[in-house]
Write a protein that binds this ligand. Structure first.
Ligand code: GLN
Length: 313
């Protein structure tokens, strides 16, 4: 199957934006001080087709920090370097059923990071980024995510500073993993690189293109550049399906039927393999840290555009 024609997609986006415009469910994240300043009314939706067209509605050019949506793409880059078996062995692909920043999940699983889409697994993944210096490893991540987006991404310095100043929990998770020998590099440097990756500034359009690159077997549909191999996309989408929305990943799969990845700044990217990607930005979150309106919009579009992977008709 394919996505419906461009005109039908544009009409569906306009409809869903109108329908959820007044939705005020959820609360803006405040555990990272600068995120609490986000305008809760911001609302943008973008859909990128594997054929290269991008449709957007609302605040589609507003920049926000990518946060945990970065986990999907850093995992893909590291999988590309290390391969299917090595990343599974060193990070894992099972769900934790626990919050994204759980320390307990590491302890309960005897030091296994469990899944690249929760913080422990993302830290373990980021620790595997290649490069001879911290600067080279940062460029590996920044350039790699930029290739997924099809444009040069830059750090949001205010978010990076704010998060660095309040990062005790991620530092603790990194140290705990290190105590189990589960972190390939120094915990302090790894936490810093992870915090940088989370602080990259993107718009919802960027997220849709990044997702469409995963939907398109690793070739960016805008630039035509091969970013990762098709096998890497398959691995990444499997990891998203298990934990992309943390402890709500089962509810998400049941309602939406596609792999997705959320972040606490309010972004959610969802991938329809072989078809394209939907990205939503709306800062109010549920208790697990997933955009409330983002989930509702994606659910609606999954139905309206016939994207549920488990539907046989
Ligand atoms: N940088 C954030 C953190 O580690 C990302 C969390 C998220 O988006 N869920 O706490």
């Amino acid at each position: 199957g394919r996505l419906p024609a461009d005109r039908a997609v544009r009409a569906a986006l306009a409809r869903v934006h109108r329908r959820f415009q007044a939705d005020r469910g959820g609360r803006v994240a405040d555990y990272i001080p600068v995120l609490a300043e986000a305008d809760p009314e911001l609302f943008g939706i973008a859909l990128a087709h594997v054929g290269g067209s991008v449709h957007a509605v609302g605040d589609a050019d507003h920049l926000f920090s990518i946060q945990s949506v970065s986990k999907a793409f850093v995992f893909a880059l590291v999988d590309q370097e290390l391969g299917h078996h090595a990343v599974r062995r060193r990070v894992g692909v099972n769900s934790t059923g626990l919050p994204f920043n759980s320390v307990l999940a590491v302890e309960l699983n005897h030091g296994s990071p469990m899944n690249p889409m929760v913080n422990a697994g993302a830290l373990a993944t980021t620790a595997l980024a290649p490069g001879g210096s911290a600067e080279e490893r940062w460029e590996f991540v920044r350039r790699g995510l930029s290739r997924f987006a099809g444009r040069e991404l830059a750090l949001d310095e205010r978010v990076y500073a704010s998060e660095t100043a309040t990062n005790q929990r991620n530092e603790s998770i990194a140290r705990l993993l290190d105590s189990y020998g589960a972190l390939a590099r120094d915990p302090v440097a790894t936490t810093d690189l992870y915090t940088r990756q989370c602080s990259l500034a993107v718009c919802v359009r960027d997220l849709a293109v990044m997702g469409a690159t995963l939907a398109n077997g690793g070739v960016n549909p805008l630039t035509g550049e091969r970013v990762v191999d098709a096998e890497v996309c398959r691995d990444t989408l499997a990891a998203l399906a298990t934990a992309g929305l943390y402890e709500r990943s089962g509810d998400w799969l049941y309602e939406v039927g596609m792999p997705g990845k959320s972040g606490v700044s309010g972004g959610i990217v969802t991938v329809a393999p072989g078809k394209g990607s939907i990205a939503v930005f709306s800062p109010r979150l549920d208790g697990a840290g997933n955009s409330v309106r983002g989930q509702r919009v994606t659910h609606y579009l999954s139905g309206a555009l016939g994207l549920n992977l488990f539907a046989s008709t």
